[in-house]
Design a binder for this molecule. Structure first.
Ligand code: SF4
Ligand code: SF3
Length: 534
């Protein structure tokens, strides 16, 4: 195996024997083969599209296949084997529709009959075999960005929002990176186009979430427990959460959010449920302890799942998440999890652990835009910091909590995604009644953050890069890669990125990013604040 797609990759280079995330060699090889098989499918889907034929079911499968290979989504070899076979079946159908004929190995390979055979095939494919390290680096950036795009497009499609332009880009990019004649410039353009496709996917998802559940409103979320039976919902899928809320109504079970589900408390059509109680725990990397201590059932709707062997019988997966041996509720009937929660002790008493505020997505923030603009003009607000992105297990990530501690009291902190759990419960006070810490939402709500920045730039008649705004991002998995590409596509400069730079970015490619976007690694909170604020 050779995997370097996430931030915790072994020795900061690549996982080559077993993944730090828990992915074993078998699954890594199957993921490589699934990407390979999907590239073959994309060749024909792209060719069919050029002849005017599109097939939404095929495009959906392509997104699901790519999303399945994102870090901490699926660890189940059987499900990868099934998807590889299905990719080839769909490829043959699209071949007929397109009337095209490709000779590339991805377009012609026949999957082995069993998992062992597929694993052997998987060992022979993947970008690790490319020669030029800068070309490989740029192909990796695009492929990993595509995983994020596929994730958001899949979420949006679940809510009934799709746009063939996103699917068309995925087909094109998946096939373009098969080519061996690409120059650096072409690949840089392809990667920035990935950022554009991701912006569209996030916009669709925003429309899906707000269209179905309303615009988030500022909401106080208890961190303590309520006496009684409990289900914990983690991941990013709002539709799953709604189904769980509906299916548990009147059953005496309280529903808690975990990780990226925290912002769901701000959505009017979700917060209306009386048994939607509060939030439990922090970010994904702490789940082994937090889930083991939770006295009810746990449902993972998307990434990030970790080895659940200590609580195998009380955790359930849905959607694309998988772990061998864990009950998968693929039909959205959550009865097994509900029955498990009813059989478990639940919380024995009410506990008060304080609360946090959520619900500061674009609608809520732009609702007080006049006040914010006045405060900036009066110099009550000196600067905005967007401190957002993924959390993770590396020790260097305390940079983000220290930074937020040290940001002066006349500055606002906007945040999103699971990196916020480093500081989400800090009491930062307010500026003229506006809370200093504003939780915009999940990682995909980077769309909302972009809309806020664009609106502020419009009000101040300047560009986003000229605003008193600094973006200090943390990355872990590939949705963060897609979001970074979106920001670069929009021409955002001076982004600080940590806790470490991606292993898949070579020094030459980094130079391109520095020269064009002045992207820089985080240093220390003091030095970075001094550089930003003077
Ligand atoms: Fe390693 Fe990350 Fe790949 Fe897992 S996803 S195998 S931790 S690089
Ligand atoms: Fe976190 Fe996995 Fe990226 Fe949606 S839940 S941000 S890491």
């Amino acid at each position: 195996m050779f995997c370097q797609q996430c931030e915790q990759t072994a020795k900061g280079v690549a996982c080559t024997t077993v993944g730090v995330c828990g992915k074993n060699e078998e699954v890594a090889d199957l993921q490589d083969l699934l990407i390979h098989a999907t590239q073959g499918l994309c060749l024909y889907s792209d060719a069919a599209r050029k002849k005017g034929f599109t097939d939404p079911a095929t495009s959906l499968f392509i997104c699901e296949a790519i999303f399945s290979t994102l870090t901490n989504v699926n660890f189940d070899p059987k499900r990868f084997a099934n998807m590889i076979t299905k990719a080839v079946e769909l490829r043959e159908k699209m071949k007929v529709k397109s009337g095209a004929s490709f000779t590339a190995p991805a377009a012609t390979f026949t999957p082995a009959k069993d998992i062992a055979g597929l694993v052997e095939q998987g060992k022979k494919v993947g970008l690790k075999t490319d020669e030029d390290e800068d070309i490989r680096s740029l192909k990796h950036i695009t492929l990993f960005g595509l995983k994020g795009v596929a994730a958001y497009a899949d979420h949006a499609r679940i809510l009934g929002k799709e746009d063939d332009a996103v699917y068309a880009y995925i087909d094109k990019a998946m096939t373009t990176i098969l080519r061996t004649d690409l120059e650096v410039g072409e690949l840089v353009s392809l990667a920035l186009e990935c950022g554009e496709a991701n912006l569209k996917a996030m916009e669709l998802l925003d429309a899906g979430n707000t269209g179905k559940f309303g615009h988030p409103v500022p909401t106080s979320v208890p961190l303590g427990a309520k006496k009684g039976k409990a289900i914990l919902v983690s991941g990013h899928d709002l539709q799953d959460l709604e189904l769980i809320l509906k299916q548990t109504e009147g059953k005496g079970i309280n529903i808690y959010t975990h990780g990226e589900m925290l912002p769901c408390h701000g959505y009017p059509e979700l917060k209306k449920y009386g048994h939607f109680h509060g939030h439990y725990g922090t970010a994904w990397q702490n789940q082994k302890k937090e889930f083991a201590d939770f006295p009810g059932a746990v449902i993972m709707t998307t990434n990030c799942i970790q080895d659940p062997k200590a609580y195998m019988d009380s955790i359930f997966t849905s959607g694309l998440v998988g772990w061998p041996g864990v009950a998968h509720l693929g039909d959205k009937n959550f009865t097994p999890a509900i029955n498990k929660a009813l059989a478990m002790p639940g919380f024995s008493a009410d506990t008060d652990k304080g609360s946090v505020m959520v619900g500061f997505a674009r609608n809520a923030v732009l609702g007080v835009a006049g006040q914010v603009i006045e405060a900036v003009k009066n110099k009550d607000i000196r600067h905005f910091f967007l401190v957002g992105g993924c959390d993770g297990a590396k020790p260097g990530r305390n940079y983000y909590s220290e930074l937020v501690d040290k940001i002066p009291a006349d500055c606002m902190v906007l945040t999103l995604a699971c990196g916020k759990f480093r500081f989400f419960d800090k009491q930062l006070g307010d500026i003229g009644g506006i809370p200093r810490l504003l939780d915009i939402g999940q990682c995909n709500d980077a769309y909302s953050a972009i809309q806020i920045a664009v609106a502020l730039a419009g009000a101040f008649e300047c560009g986003v890069n000229d605003l008193p705004l600094s973006m200090i991002l943390s990355w872990y998995e590939q949705k963060a890669v897609a979001i970074l590409l979106t920001l670069l596509h929009l021409g955002i400069k001076d982004i600080r990125l940590g806790p470490s730079l991606p292993a898949f970015i070579t020094p030459n490619v980094l130079n391109v990013l520095v020269e064009n976007f002045n992207i820089m690694p985080i240093t220390t909170p003091d030095a970075d604040l001094k550089a930003i604020l003077g």
